[in-house]
Design a protein around this ligand. Structure first.
Ligand code: HEC
Ligand code: HEC
Length: 158
């Protein structure tokens, strides 16, 4: 009997501890979805806004898909229509003043360069996201490649 009470007590203390932690509740084991359960509807978090100053960002490493420095609201991209290519295609880029999609966007799976953007690169927002002022969901110790190289030169990396 004593053993059972001890088990129950430990279990309830653990639950209290979980419920009190701000990022972890029993219903959101990954800590990202705060509060609520699958069946319970809570208020949606506010949608992140456009940052006040948008400009083309330096890429953190050469193969990074650059983040989009402009709003893409109402830009339609579907099977038949691609608004992005109205400005970023080979033909349209110079007159739109937009950077042309790079040559990788024309390569098929055999690295053969085709005349048109290949299906693997057609749905632009699979890889490119607009810049927003959203807070990071989780902490990150990511370092841009230049910092990694600098620290490596100084022998700081393990
Ligand atoms: C009306 C024309 C127009 C449309 C439509 C458009 N863009 Fe752009 N985009 C631009 C211009 C102009 C720039 C360059 C902005 C600058 O230099 O500050 C740019 C920049 C970018 C960049 C940054 C490139 C880099 O090297 O930093 C990305 C990525 C991008 N656009 C993706 C997209 C995607 C994805 C879409 C569709 C959802 C889209 N754009 C639709 C005009 C457009
Ligand atoms: C599968 C991922 C992926 C998709 C889909 C994709 N891109 Fe990219 N994009 C990249 C990567 C990675 C880079 C940077 C390296 C490179 O050029 O391949 C890039 C580079 C760019 C650049 C910069 C080019 C330069 O030379 O500075 C533009 C502009 C761009 N993409 C626009 C687009 C548009 C518009 C679409 C949709 C038609 C698109 N991308 C679809 C991954 C993608």
């Amino acid at each position: 009997m004593k053993k059972l009470i001890a088990i129950l007590l430990t279990a309830s203390l653990a639950m209290v501890a979980m419920a009190e932690s701000p990022s972890m509740s029993p219903s959101s084991p990954d800590g990202l979805r705060q509060g609520g359960t699958l069946g319970e509807v809570t208020d949606a978090p506010p949608i992140a806004g456009d940052p006040r100053t948008v400009k083309r960002e330096v890429r953190n490493y050469p193969e990074q898909p650059p983040v989009i420095p402009h709003s893409i609201r109402d830009y339609q991209v579907d099977k038949r229509f691609n608004r992005c290519l109205d400005c970023h295609s080979r033909e349209a880029a110079p007159s739109a003043g937009a950077p042309m999609v790079s040559v990788t966007h024309f390569m098929d799976r055999h690295f053969q360069v085709r005349a048109e953007v290949t299906p693997g690169r057609f749905f632009c927002t699979q890889c490119h996201v607009p810049q927003t002022d959203a807070e990071a969901l989780v902490e990150s110790d990511f370092k841009p490649i230049d910092q990694v190289i600098r620290e490596g030169d100084r022998g700081e990396t393990q």
